[in-house]
Design a protein around this ligand. Structure first.
Ligand code: JHZ
Ligand code: ZN
Length: 418
């Protein structure tokens, strides 16, 4: 049974439910101590895929005002500072003095980099708390959800955009057609719309099921972006694969006929179809792999616990909460989860109710093993935590396959069967 009436991108009804994960709390609904005993609302998290365009999606259950106050900022990771500096170089070049609008600008990490390079910028984001951070960086933000009405208001006040960019936001959008209608109204005739999102191909190849949650209602194939764009007279003119967030893509769209698509676009579209992104078996095999990983991971954690080791998590991530809740890894296994973001300290992880504390607990409470819930930043975390590794601590990286990482690289082991 499908909770969606049709594909969010291409409107097809050819949907397959392939990973029914059951009811989950919202992935970033971290719980303050005074609400510990309340029952948390849960919503079905049942992944479906459109077999006509390869868009992986879940029904949009997030309450309407959910994004008005937001806990996540990209600035917590050095990797993202470097990444957005590179993107800013590109955007400023193609904007050529015109307005750059970032939809879902968060704390303006990207736009402040654009501004520093001399660009005219405007952020749009519904999170009032984050707009304050953005303004502190000197970036103006229009605080609202994006859609045709917001697009008209912004266009009236600032004119049309040379570049509209949206990073890790397009996958949060429940009504993609409404959003695209807004883009079409705000984008200049010669403008470029740049989308950065996790790429569904990487999700499938690297078992990244945990990046599916109620905020991430879609995981895009390039095929799905192309089909969606077509409804609005836009076309994909370039696509670049990126390493961030477990594998993403940067897709550039323009009004049809205003630029010739690069060869990469056709090649990537062909590959997606040829490599099974429109075949049911690809998704059922993926779901089987995930369940198998869950069994092995839990067995490993249980075994280490029996040995008397202290276990904790690294990264109070949204994706971590999908993984913890789906695999039922709770405070009986992990004593606490550390995270650098102070907004999350003192709270409990949604569902599993594991306490979140600052990274200093790694030295203070000396866990033996850290389950890496921010596996997308593992290189950065590993570098930072050299003292933990030096004293014999080990990381357990859950995906693509559960793997223990110790100080000497040769002691990395992939557990085939726990
Ligand atoms: P990170 C969020 O997902 C939510 P999450 C959201 N839906 C989205 O789209 C993606 O981001 C982009 C911490 N950290 O980026 C900081 C350390 O503590 O994987 C963050 O809280 N130490 C908007 O939550 C978390 O890990 C470190 O050294 O899954 C990483 O969160 C580093 C590098 C990070 O996103
Ligand atoms: Zn579709």
């Amino acid at each position: 049974m499908s909770l969606l009436s049709g594909c969010r991108a291409c409107r097809s009804e050819n949907l397959l439910t392939f990973l029914p994960m059951g009811d989950h709390p919202l992935a970033q609904a971290f719980v303050p101590p005074e609400r510990r005993d309340e029952t948390q609302p849960k919503f079905p998290l049942d992944s479906e895929v459109c077999l006509d365009c390869g868009l992986i999606q879940v029904a949009d259950n997030v309450p309407a005002n959910y994004f008005h106050h937001y806990l996540y900022v990209p600035s917590g990771a050095d990797t993202m500072h470097r990444h957005f500096a590179g993107l800013a170089d590109h955007l400023v070049k193609i904007a050529a003095g015109g307005l750059i609008v970032d939809i879902g600008c968060n704390d303006a990490l990207l736009l402040s980099a654009c501004k520093a390079r001399g660009a005219r910028t405007l952020g749009i984001d519904p999170a009032a708390n984050l707009a304050e951070h953005a303004r502190a960086r000197g970036v103006s933000v229009h605080t609202d959800y994006f859609g045709p009405a917001t697009a008209d208001r912004v266009r009236e006040a600032h004119g049309r955009a040379a570049v509209i960019v949206t990073t890790n936001t397009f996958n949060h959008i429940g009504d993609l057609h409404d959003f695209m209608e807004g883009v079409q109204r705000l984008l200049g005739d010669d403008g470029t719309f740049v989308i950065e999102v996790p790429w569904a191909r990487d999700l499938l190849d690297k078992n990244e099921f945990d990046t599916i949650y109620h905020e991430h209602v879609s995981e895009f194939s390039l095929l799905s972006v192309e089909k969606l764009a077509d409804f609005f007279g836009l076309e994909v003119v370039d696509a670049i694969k990126l390493p961030v967030h477990g594998g993403s893509m940067r897709v550039s769209l323009r009004r049809r006929g205003t630029a010739r698509p690069t060869a990469v676009v056709g090649e990537m579209l062909r590959q997606e179809a040829a490599e099974g992104m429109l075949r049911a078996e690809t998704y059922t095999a993926f779901a089987d792999r995930i369940d198998d990983i869950g069994r092995r991971l839990k067995a490993m954690l249980g075994e280490m616990k029996t040995q008397g080791l202290t276990l904790a998590g690294y990264g109070a991530t949204a994706k971590g909460n999908t993984l913890l809740n789906y695999f039922q890894i709770g405070p009986d296994l992990l004593d606490f989860v550390v995270d650098r973001n102070p907004l999350k300290h003192g709270l409990f992880s949604p569902g599993m109710m594991i306490p979140v504390v600052g990274p200093e607990a790694i030295e203070g409470r000396r866990p033996d093993v850290l389950l890496v819930l921010a596996w997308n930043f593992f290189d950065e975390i590993r570098e930072q935590q050299s003292a933990f590794l030096e004293r014999g601590g080990r990381f357990l990286v859950p995906l693509p396959e559960p793997r223990l990482v110790a100080r000497e690289p040769e002691r990395d082991v992939t557990i085939e069967n726990a």
